[in-house]
Write a protein that binds this ligand. Structure first.
Ligand SMILES: Cc1ncc(COP(=O)(O)O)c(C=O)c1O
Length: 396
């Protein structure tokens, strides 16, 4: 066979997908595995949204839309950014894509040149380094460990910047840690970027899932940064619409124009029916999403309290999203039969084999001392899963 692309061959398979397939395989073999690896809400899509999609189908709204997106959706996105984020955009500032992932990828591709550096923090969402690679750029990682609340500081950011820095990616609330940057923390990061020609991609997909009275703040609303920030959001998490594949971004016209152009030659418009559903979602009331966030909050409270009672576990309090990211490094060096636990992957293998519990190794997110547990599942499963983790770790 002719040689395949060197660049794309160097991209790693998503490690979260790898553990999810192993869990699925064990389940198919009849093993009673409880999986906590899901990155999607377990609720159905609210009915008013599905009904808008059914209406769109019945009205034959099933053709190409313009590549830019359905005008009513653009209006709904502009209103959302105004209302929630104090961001003020015209239609030319908005990109509508097939998921937030797609928006982020398109933006990275259109802003990066070879040798450019893109700064991310660790723990990070699995796809950032691989997307940066696919855009031909280089990832620079700033370490934000558990003691730092999984957040980077202004001085760390200042040290990481070089003449080659093209962009910083921020993600608040964070996947995998649930950390939320406060307004003052974001303002101190903004200060570092003030006189620098660096883009910020602000991934705010978990904005609506936030606890303890924390207030989400969009760094794009900082006046002196507004021409350099691309704010990304979508309906997957807040509206339980992962399968509908709509994400969007608001940012500088030149960036959006190139991203739209890239999209027009690769995927064209996002799904017309999903665009109609998203318009209904964004124009709809907030009660249903607030109810989902409240349920996540109850689960978070329970899981945080119970996990910290378990031997070897150190779990900081997540302030948003639907994951706990906890330290299990005290188990390293312990043996279970033939298996030596020495990192997050061997720890997850042990729990999967011994306790039928599926967690995601922290190494996938750049921190090999931790594991991620999603609480996008029922309280019954969480209760049983915690029992199994406790029993599994007591055997060590
Ligand atoms: C931090 C983060 N950003 C973006 C996405 C992508 O979301 P979408 O379903 O809109 O592509 C995810 C999904 O897991 C995520 O966790």
């Amino acid at each position: 066979m002719a040689k395949l692309s060197n660049l794309i061959s160097s991209v790693e398979e998503s490690r979260t997908l790898a553990i999810t397939s192993l869990i699925k395989k064990l389940k198919a073999e009849g093993r009673p595995v409880l999986s906590f690896s899901a990155g999607e809400p377990d609720f159905p899509t609210p009915k008013y949204i599905s009904e808008a999609a059914i209406k769109a189908i019945n009205n034959n709204f099933t053709k190409y839309t313009s590549n830019e997106g359905y005008p009513d959706l653009l209006k709904a996105i502009i209103n959302k950014f105004e209302k929630d984020n104090d961001l003020h955009f015209a239609p030319e500032n908005i990109l509508v894509s097939s998921g937030a992932k797609h928006s982020i990828y398109n933006i990275l591709v259109v802003i990066c040149n070879p040798e450019d550096e893109v700064i991310i923090q660790s723990p990070y969402w699995v796809s950032y380094p691989e997307m940066i690679k696919m855009a031909g750029a280089k990832t620079v990682v700033i370490d934000a460990g558990v003691e730092a609340g999984y957040k980077i500081t202004a001085s760390q950011l200042a040290k990481a910047i070089t003449p080659k820095t093209k962009a910083l990616i921020l993600n608040t609330p964070s996947n995998p840690t649930g950390a939320v940057y406060s307004k003052s923390e974001l303002l101190s990061l903004a200060e570092v970027l003030k006189d620098k020609d660096i883009f910020v991609i602000s991934d705010e997909i978990y904005e609506k899932i936030i606890f303890d009275g924390e207030k989400h703040f969009s760094i794009g609303s900082v006046d002196y940064l507004k021409d350099r920030v691309i704010t990304v959001n979508g309906v997957s998490k807040a509206y339980s619409m992962t399968g509908w594949r709509i994400g969007y971004a608001g940012g500088p016209k030149d960036v959006i124009r190139l991203a739209r152009n890239l999209q027009s030659h690769s995927t064209s418009n996002a799904c017309s029916i999903s665009q109609a559903a998203t318009t209904a979602a964004l124009n709809g009331g907030e009660e249903e999403i607030a109810a989902m966030a409240k349920t996540f909050n109850e689960r978070r409270d329970f899981i945080y309290a119970e996990l910290n009672k378990i031997k070897y576990v150190k779990c900081p309090l997540p302030k948003g999203a639907f994951y706990v990211f906890f330290d299990i490094s005290e188990t390293f060096g312990k043996k279970a039969g033939d298996l030596l636990i020495k990192d997050s992957t061997t720890f997850c293998n042990y729990l999967l084999q011994e306790a039928n519990v599926g967690l995601v190794p922290g190494v996938a997110f750049g921190n090999d001392n931790c594991v991620r547990m999603s609480y996008a599942c029922s309280m019954a499963d969480i209760t049983e899963g915690l029992k199994r983790i406790k029993a599994g770790l007591e055997k060590l």
